[in-house]
Write a protein that binds this ligand. Structure first.
Ligand code: MOS
Length: 719
């Protein structure tokens, strides 16, 4: 039986608060951790089916134009240049139909062919020796040098911002630039494809199996039910594995043509080209406020880029309409169509760069107005969503700011440039954290075996976030079992389709479907002993009702199965759902070199129920670390001649390493959001990055008086 829930109304009383096991929320270590640290959790590139062949992707050496000819590849079995490969290769997250004809190259580095050989080295050598001729086309690659599109539905204006700017006591009008970012997942993209008759099985790194399955079927030209995807372990996604990539398509096509399994593993350099990037942004922020620091005007104009025909564009201004109140507002969203690599969702698309820049602007305005930056924010928090008037499903920004200020000893902050220790200027900075929240349709199946063990099955993925563990905890809590009595099976498209991992929606969405499946089993147990489900207590493998208590396995004669199906409903439209928090940073700037050392950071977050204190905290630590990277080190450089990404390894694209990251502190506010289903849990995977970089950039200014508006804040921009 399926327990279906459409979330159409708030659920004030969470059933999880009435369960007796007491395991939900606890800092349970990852269930699959031992498999990962002992090498028994195998990743896509480690599959070694019988008869495996190796495919190496060949990349376009022109920014745009046509492939005219592809030469022979001595030492290789075959060179496959197939329109099906090129069609999806340009898209990363395949957002819509074909964007180009069969032989059209759209960006430098795009996959145009795959070379297959018996040995990896032979395929590599052949790919390198391959002669390709092109007819190159002149195309724009600089987003600031073209007339951008301004889609009507992405612009909005209320009141008269120009007028508000004229009439204001204090104003700010500045432009920021953020560079292209790469997701930089630890595991490079890899796929191993195998056909059995008309059925294709691909083992690869995916964040969302159900949609990736449809994309791959479409790419290869078969039906989704002919495709099985396996992604039991994924070494990080951060957006880059939301959809299929060239590795999957190439492996599938090659395996089909050759009748043997084929594996395609991207090199790190190929990942930089072929997994989509986060678009660079140009952001103009205008702010106007009165003498008391009450905002009267907010303007946020964003310019982003993408390839022609790709529907995604970095939603820079996503949170701007509802973060702060102001009567006069203007949002501009412009998209430059250029032939840099495909842009897509990377680590909190929108707020990661949008809120970071906006929070820098708030800091500048606070200084201009002579108001403490925490106080300025507190004075401008809306009661309901500006423009729509919708209530917030929950709203803890003010509490996060106050709590953070106390925990971080904000009162120690000195005016700009007034704290020095030897050669180091010391500064403190703050930023609000905000991220939209949503649920995605999700299904799960739970089987309670006669021996009292439970098996959870869903095509949900664990991309290093802790899905295995939290889903195990939800099932254990609801069925009254120790966590080790629950086996969680994920990452197989044969299992019921879940939300997948992305957009911070995974835990709450897939978690709710697992809860619903378990709730269905609870009602079956209640029926077995003849009581109301509400009168049932399940704990430590015991079933209790009234003063009767029996072991669960003694009650069961066979297995019980429950299916759970979560559907987002009306509540998403009636309230504004978001997660909130505050970021704090203390940094030191070297007076001679301009080097910035982050000394400590604090993140205070409210994201509804915390399902596992340890994995939740780890998510936030990761986000804050990426915020540090955004502020100080991460940037992809595009060659101005052809748009090609020249920063193509993790030495030049510097993700903060241990030596860069000081002790980070994470504090969760107690919160229960009744609008997000029975779990009362919201997303948190991305909240940790949204605004974190701004706290650092604001701290740099507090230390030495320099405003860096061209990210990242490398020493040359500070000295
Ligand atoms: Mo995320 S950028 O939706 O994985």
């Amino acid at each position: 039986m399926t327990r279906h829930l459409k979330v159409d109304a708030p659920i004030p009383d969470s059933p999880l608060d009435h369960m007796a096991q007491g395991v939900l929320g606890k800092p349970v270590s990852r269930l699959e951790g031992p498999l990962k640290v002992t090498g028994r959790a195998t990743y896509a590139a480690e599959a070694r089916p019988e008869g495996l062949l190796y495919g190496v992707l060949v990349q376009a050496a022109i920014p745009a134009g046509k492939v005219l000819s592809i030469g022979d590849a001595p030492g290789a079995m075959v060179v496959i240049h197939d329109p099906r490969l090129i069609r999806y290769a340009a898209q990363g997250m395949a957002t819509e139909g074909p964007t180009a004809g069969p032989d059209e190259v759209e960006y430098m580095g795009q996959a145009i062919a795959v070379v297959v050989a018996e040995a990896l080295e032979a395929a590599q050598a052949a790919a390198q020796a391959l002669q390709v001729t092109y007819e190159a086309k002149d195309v724009p690659v600089d987003p600031e040098a073209v007339e951008p599109e301004r889609p009507e539905d992405k612009q909005s204006a209320t009141g008269d911002l120009d007028r508000a700017m004229q009439d204001a006591s204090h104003t700010l009008d500045q432009i920021w630039h953020t560079p292209s970012h790469t997701a930089a997942a630890m595991e490079p993209h890899a796929a191993t494809a195998e056909w059995s008759g008309d059925t294709l099985t691909v083992r690869a790194g995916y964040q969302m199996l159900a949609t990736s399955r449809e994309q791959l079927a479409d790419a290869v030209g078969i039906k989704p039910d002919q495709v099985r995807l396996l992604a039991p372990y994924v070494g990080g996604g951060f957006g880059s594995k939301l959809g299929i990539n060239a590795d999957s398509v190439a492996a599938a096509i090659a395996a089909q043509q050759l009748g043997r399994p084929v594996q395609v593993v991207m090199t790190r350099q190929q990942v930089f080209d072929l997994a989509h990037r986060r678009s660079e942004t140009r952001q103009r922020i205008r702010l106007a406020c009165d003498t008391q620091g009450k905002l009267t005007g907010i303007g946020h104009e964003a310019l982003v880029s993408n390839l022609p025909g790709v529907s995604f564009s970095e939603p820079v201004t996503q949170a701007t309409p509802f973060t702060y109140q102001a009567a006069h507002r203007q949002i501009v969203h412009a998209i430059a169509r250029v032939h840099r690599s495909c842009a897509g969702s990377v680590r909190a698309p929108g707020e990661a760069v949008g809120a970071t820049v906006f929070e820098c602007a708030m800091d500048e305005l606070a200084e201009t107005a002579g108001i403490d930056p925490v106080e300025l924010r507190l004075r401008n928090i809306p009661d309901t969503e500006p423009c729509t008037g919708r209530p917030f499903s929950s709203h803890k920004l003010a509490e996060a700011l106050r709590e953070g200020a106390a925990r971080f000893n904000w009162s120690d902050r000195r005016p700009t440039g007034q704290r020095r220790e030897g050669d180091w200027y010391i500064g403190m900075g703050v930023a609000s954290a905000v991220r939209v929240n949503s649920l995605i349709e999700s299904r799960a199946r739970v089987t309670l075996q006669a021996d009292g063990r439970a098996i959870v099955e869903t095509d949900m993925t664990d991309i290093g976030t802790g899905s295995y563990t939290i889903l195990g905890q939800i099932a254990a809590e609801t069925l009254g079992l120790a966590v080790d009595r629950v086996e969680v099976r994920l990452g197989d498209s044969d299992f019921p389709p879940a939300s997948g991992s992305g957009g911070s929606f995974g835990a709450a969405s897939s978690g709710t479907s697992v809860y619903l499946a378990c709730a269905e089993i609870r009602s079956q147990i209640a029926a077995l002993i003849g009581c109301d489900e509400a009168d049932l207590t399940l704990q430590n493998g015991q079933v209790r009702t009234g003063n009767v208590s029996r072991p669960l396995d003694a009650l069961l004669t066979g297995e019980l199965t429950g299916d759970g199906h979560l559907e987002p409903g009306k509540t998403e439209d009636t309230v504004r759902q978001a997660t909130w928090g505050s970021h704090w940073a203390e940094i030191a700037v070297n007076r001679w070199t301009g080097e910035v050392r982050v000394r400590r950071m604090l993140g205070v977050f409210a994201c509804g129920r915390v399902l596992n204190e340890k994995t939740a905290r780890s998510q936030c630590l990761g986000g804050m670390t990426f915020g540090l990277g955004m502020a100080l080190t991460e940037a992809m450089a595009h060659d101005p001649r052809d748009g090609h990404i020249v920063t193509r390894d993790l030495a030049e694209y510097h993700i903060p390493c241990h030596a860069d990251v000081p002790p980070l502190e994470v504090h969760f506010l107690t919160e229960s959001d009744t609008y997000v289903g029975p779990l009362h849990a919201k997303g948190l995977g991305e909240l940790g990055i949204c605004g974190a970089g701004a706290a650092i950039l604001n701290a740099i200014h507090n230390a030495c008086g320099v405003r860096v508006r061209e990210l990242p804040a490398t020493p040359d921009k500070i000295i």
